[in-house]
Ligand binder design. Structure first.
Ligand code: PNW
Length: 461
């Protein structure tokens, strides 16, 4: 099978993970600057201060992407480069950087896709209450309007939020991401305000005649470890938190009743006002899906195959999901300990087609962390990454054949980068980056992906 002519093959990154230049040109602090500089929060105390210095090397990076034949590039805009304090006029230097990057991409025939929020909230807004404060949603819409005003003439694809699950629940309930809180009520209020911010931003962009706007959610295939009600109920909660709590309001205009019931003891989703869900469920042009793994869930504490505290994936800190645990289901693992399960992607896409109103779907992230040693002669033989991407692209083909309106795939990530709380130890890139010298070296997977794009097929010569 070959991929449809208009299927988009791209690559993705996020501002704080690649840009570095944290103090350049008037950039303000974000919650990730503060979090990563707080002792004990990230592996080795790593921060995005320098990262892969993309802010200064963006021309070289675009040239590498062009040489690989990438059709589209999804990057995020750093809010504190545009509004150092999270409010007021847009800063010229910050807007100019993204404008130059956009032009460079267009000259290289690469379609720019912008994510407006990939987790770097201006610290000043955090000090005013952050996402648990309703006002942050309005600040996000203002910021979104400023960015679109400057780039909307050239950038045609817009994603409001990346993975509101992570910003709300990992940031405010399990505390493994910035701002590092362990406060169930704050986490739940931030879910609602992030989604409200999404809807308000959609309105702001529509007012400027945006053509393609959507949201990116990290979705998982979730299933119970057995038919025992203890397991099925635990799986229902995990599915509720990871999938339905975001899909239902955005695509159906309501929160899932069972989850509202489960979180009532924490004050529900906080201050949900009349009309909010109408704003949150504005029609979209695309749904971005980030897919990494399948969760098999038990409610038993003594299940023999418990995963334990694997990286960032503990479910029990999420309000209403206490007692839900993950079990191994025998698949190979990435370096982050995430089980590799491409069939789970088919399941997620089939479920979207079955249960949610038809909206074009784009895989906005999929990829894997592996150790990726570079050899003396400067090559990286990352056969495991090729297998991973091959398996997931084959899953995309199966979903398309089954009638899922899937229109694109963005590899996470094009470049090795700062993996949040995991620091630089985990490598997701198709292009290796030496963090001492900043030398970029395309891995085997980059060359392989390039030929998939060229031939629009997984049949390799
Ligand atoms: C996504 N977790 O993040 C992000 O969108 C990327 O910025 C990130 O680099 C990529 O996936 C790989 O991790 C996640 O701990 C980070 O559950 C952590 C988790 C989930 C998603």
């Amino acid at each position: 099978m070959t991929f449809p002519e208009d299927f988009v093959f791209g690559g993705a990154t996020a501002a704080y993970q690649i840009e570095g230049a944290a103090a350049a040109d008037g950039r303000g602090l974000s919650i990730w600057d503060v979090f990563s500089h707080t002792p004990g929060r990230t592996v080795n105390g790593d921060s995005g201060d320098v990262a892969i210095d993309h802010y200064h090397r963006y021309k070289d990076d675009v040239a590498i992407m062009a040489s690989l034949g990438l059709e589209a590039y999804r990057f995020s805009v750093s809010w504190p480069r545009i509004q150092p304090d999270g409010r007021g006029r847009g800063l010229e230097a910050g807007l100019d950087f993204y404008s130059r990057l956009t032009d460079e991409l267009l000259n290289a025939d690469i379609d720019p896709w912008i994510t407006l929020y990939h987790w770097d909230l201006p610290q000043a807004l955090q000090e005013a209450g952050g996402w648990p404060n309703r006002d942050t949603a309005y600040r996000f819409a203002d910021y979104s309007a400023i960015v679109h005003e400057h780039l909307g003439d050239r950038v045609k694809h817009w994603i409001t939020l990346n993975e509101p699950f992570c910003s709300s629940l990992i940031g405010h309930a399990s505390g493994r991401h910035a701002p590092g809180l362990e406060d169930p009520s704050a986490a739940l209020a931030s879910v609602h305000h992030l989604l409200l911010g999404h809807g308000l931003a959609v309105d702001a962009l529509r007012a400027q005649k945006v053509e393609n706007v959507g949201i990116t959610l990290n979705l998982y295939a979730v299933e119970p470890a057995s038919d025992d009600p203890v397991d099925t109920d635990a799986a229902r909660r995990v599915d509720g938190f990871h999938n339905r709590l975001f899909l239902d309001p955005v695509l159906k205009g309501r929160y899932p009743q069972d989850i509202l019931h489960d979180v009532a003891e924490f004050g529900g989703l906080g201050d949900v006002q009349d009309g909010d869900l109408e704003i949150i469920s504005r029609p979209l042009d695309l749904l971005g899906v980030n897919y990494y793994t399948r969760y098999v869930i038990t409610g038993r504490e003594d299940h023999p195959d418990l995963v334990g505290e694997r990286t960032g994936q503990l479910h029990s800190p999420y309000p209403g999901a206490a007692g839900a645990r993950e079990v191994r289901h025998g698949m190979p693992l990435t370096d982050l300990g995430w089980e590799i399960d491409p069939d789970g992607l088919v399941d997620v896409l089939a479920r979207l087609k079955r249960e949610y109103p038809a909206v074009p779907i784009v895989i906005t992230e999929n990829g894997a962390a592996f150790a990726d040693p570079i050899s003396e002669d400067g090559v990286v033989h990352d056969a495991d990454r090729i297998d991973f991407v091959w398996g997931h692209l084959a899953a995309c083909e199966r979903a398309i054949a089954a009638g899922v309106p899937l229109t694109g795939y963005f590899l996470w990530s094009i470049f090795d980068n700062y993996e949040w709380a995991e620091g630089y130890a985990k490598r997701f890139g198709a292009v290796h980056v030496d963090y001492e010298t900043q030398v970029r070296t395309p891995k085997d997977s980059a060359h392989w992906y390039s030929s998939v794009i060229r031939t629009r097929s997984l049949e390799q010569q």
